[in-house]
Structures are given as structure tokens and as C-alpha cells.
Design a binder for this molecule. Structure first.
Ligand code: SF4
Length: 85
């Protein structure tokens, strides 16, 4: 995915695997998810990333994008759809 601002997850010092916890609810994975979200919250591309992830795409079905998990993005899409109706 290309962004206007350089994404933090493109930094070679950041392990990209951190953005793909195996489970959102497994307590062992919660810490990983929170670390990924913290990186996203400091990322200048966060808003753009989240909107692109909400639009869908081959790489955005899973993982943390724009500081939201898969389930959180689904919930946000539902809320937006309801408020637009
Ligand atoms: S907000 Fe998106 S672009 Fe930024 S670090 Fe998170 S996943 Fe990467």
C-alpha cells in the first residue's frame, strides 16, 4: 500500500509480523496487538491507512491497520453504514 506520509511500519527496525497477531482475543496475542496499535497511533499515515484498509484490498483483510484490528474495522464499517442510512 502506498501512502502520502512514510508509514512507521516501513521502518526496517519494525518487525512487520507484529501487525499480524494470530488472534485478537487470545490473551497471549493481546500484548502484540497493543504494541502494533501503539506504533500505528504514532504513524503519520494512520488516517490514510485506516481509510484504505476500510476500502478493502487483498492485504487488508487481516491484521492491524490504522490502529484497528480486523474486528474493530468491521465494527467501524457497520457503524458508518448505519449512520449513513
Ligand atoms: S497506521 Fe498503517 S501505515 Fe501506519 S504503522 Fe500502522 S499499519 Fe503501518
Amino acid at each position: 500500500m502506498r501512502f502520502t506520509n512514510t508509514p512507521l511500519c516501513a521502518d526496517p527496525a519494525v518487525d512487520p509480523e507484529i501487525f499480524f497477531p494470530i488472534s485478537e482475543i487470545d490473551p497471549r496475542e493481546v500484548e502484540q496487538t497493543e504494541k502494533a496499535k501503539a506504533i500505528c497511533r504514532s504513524c503519520r499515515a494512520q488516517e490514510e491507512c485506516l481509510e484504505k484498509a476500510l476500502d478493502g484490498g487483498p492485504f487488508t483483510a487481516f491484521g492491524v491497520w490504522g490502529a484497528l484490528t480486523e474486528q474493530e474495522r468491521r465494527n467501524l464499517k457497520r457503524r458508518r453504514a448505519r449512520s449513513a442510512a
